[in-house]
Design a protein around this ligand. Structure first.
Ligand code: COA
Length: 110
């Protein structure tokens, strides 16, 4: 199982925004592991002073991931259509976003 985060973009302006990545072992999917790990990751990034978390979900058909993120407070912000190509077909990427801490209400701590 992997739950990690990385910078949303390498440029300095985006240093307060992160992208999450979460993968649950095949035999453990659908048993609540995602719902245990993602809030912990959100908490960790909030404590680090990050302000936004973005999920880039590999395909519109990825219902479990979309449901997981929605249940952790992420909102749908858009779909990049046919942005990837894998196993002989074009893939969408669904973007979801969640504020961390005070989000965009006040400037970040340096
Ligand atoms: C997506 C993933 C991280 C979800 O983690 P999980 O431990 O399986 O999910 P959970 O058991 O915690 O359930 C989270 C939500 O998804 C729903 N869900 C889980 N499996 C589902 C399935 N097969 N079909 C429909 N919904 C499903 C649960 O009902 C729950 O929804 P709720 O909050 O509305 O009750 C996991 O399935 C996974 O690793 N998949 C493969 C890799 C991947 O797609 N990673 C995401 C990259 S962004």
């Amino acid at each position: 199982m992997v739950a990690s985060w990385g910078n949303w973009r390498p440029r300095l302006a985006y240093k307060f925004s992160v992208e999450d990545s979460i993968y649950i072992d095949k035999d453990a999917v659908g048993k609540g592991a995602g719902k245990a790990l993602l809030p912990a990751l959100i908490e960790q990034c909030t404590a680090l002073g990050k302000r936004q978390m973005v999920a880039v979900i590999g395909d519109s058909a990825q219902t479990p991931s979309i449901k997981l993120h929605a249940s952790c407070g992420f909102e749908m912000v858009g779909t990049l259509k046919n942005i990837g190509f894998k196993f002989g077909r074009w893939l969408d990427s669904v973007l979801m976003q969640r504020e961390l801490g005070t989000g965009g209400v006040e400037p970040p701590l340096a």
